[in-house]
Design a protein around this ligand. Structure first.
Ligand SMILES: Nc1ncnc2c1ncn2[C@@H]1O[C@H](COP(=O)(O)OP(=O)(O)O)[C@@H](O)[C@H]1O
Ligand SMILES: [Mg+2]
Length: 258
């Protein structure tokens, strides 16, 4: 089956504001792709369009051969999605495993009672995300990194062929970031990964395909080709220092541009 995402001439206008302009990119299903760009660049809007949650004003999107706006339900079954974490959301005192099971129950009819098999699957996915040991700990008592990994398990429980993560490192310390990255590297051979980031440093060496976005696609392709001083300046409107180490490019974005 087709595992690619193909976008051509995509324009999105919301409330008369042109959020995305003439976006044309290919995202291949067997690669780790990152969308990088400043706040307000349209990154979240782009993935919502891929998921069929926002309507294109013009242009075309094909996700695994489907049209997201007409066949969004099919696409959302195949894609696990970790939305951008809102600061005060998820303050819920329910066990982590219940959060994971929500990923299965959402598409079920009432009564939504998990079977033994569902519970086994949820525990297995918590294991794949490296957080099997906190299955019965209340979600609101977890660290940022643990929360993101429980949410990753929730995305995996649907057995997706693709996962999309919107700024998964927000509120996660360096060690937590490494743990999330290790899980993703293990998944990468079986599942396509698309991540939105405002700083690529934690995962720079693993990125296959980088999309530099600021309303328009500034550049896309292998990171070392995309991350030139000129492209970064066009994306951020200011000079961004770059460190290159062992042929891997690290733009020093810090939090200023988040
Ligand atoms: N529903 C909406 N109506 C109007 N403007 C919107 C809507 N959603 C997003 N925007 C605007 O579109 C721009 C891009 O938003 P977003 O995709 O969230 O950017 P990013 O994820 O890169 O920070 C922002 O300026 C935002 O205010
Ligand atoms: Mg966003």
């Amino acid at each position: 089956m087709d595992r690619d995402i193909i976008i051509r001439g995509l324009n999105i206008v919301l409330d008369r504001y042109r959020v995305l302009e003439d976006v044309s990119i290919d995202i291949r299903g067997n690669e780790l792709t990152v969308i990088l760009g400043p706040n307000g660049a349209g990154k979240t809007t782009l993935i919502k369009a891929i998921l069929g949650l926002v309507k294109p004003s013009s242009g075309s999107i094909k996700v695994f051969g489907y049209d997201p706006f007409k066949e969004g339900e099919k696409i959302r079954k195949l894609i696990g999605y970790l939305p951008q974490l809102e600061k005060y959301s998820y303050e819920i005192a329910i066990p982590s495993i219940e959060v994971v099971l929500m990923g299965l129950m959402a598409s079920r009819r009432f009564p939504r009672i998990p079977s033994k098999d569902d519970v086994r699957k949820a525990l297995e996915c918590l294991g794949r995300a490296g957080v099997r040991d906190i299955a019965y700990k209340p979600f609101n008592e977890l660290s940022g990194g643990q929360r993101q990994r429980v949410l990753l398990a929730r995305a995996l429980v649907k057995e997706p062929r693709y996962i999309i993560l919107d700024e998964p490192f927000t509120g996660v310390d360096v060690r937590g970031q490494r743990e999330i990255i290790e899980c993703l590297i293990d998944l990468k051979d079986d599942i396509g990964i698309l991540m939105i980031l405002h700083d690529i440093a934690p995962i720079a060496e693993h990125i296959d395909n980088l999309i530099l976005l600021n309303r328009r696609v500034i550049a896309w392709g292998p990171p070392i080709e995309v991350l030139t001083p000129e492209n970064l300046k066009r994306a951020y409107g200011t000079e961004i220092p770059i460190i290159i180490q062992e042929n891997i490019c690290y733009p020093l974005l810090g939090d200023r541009h988040a």
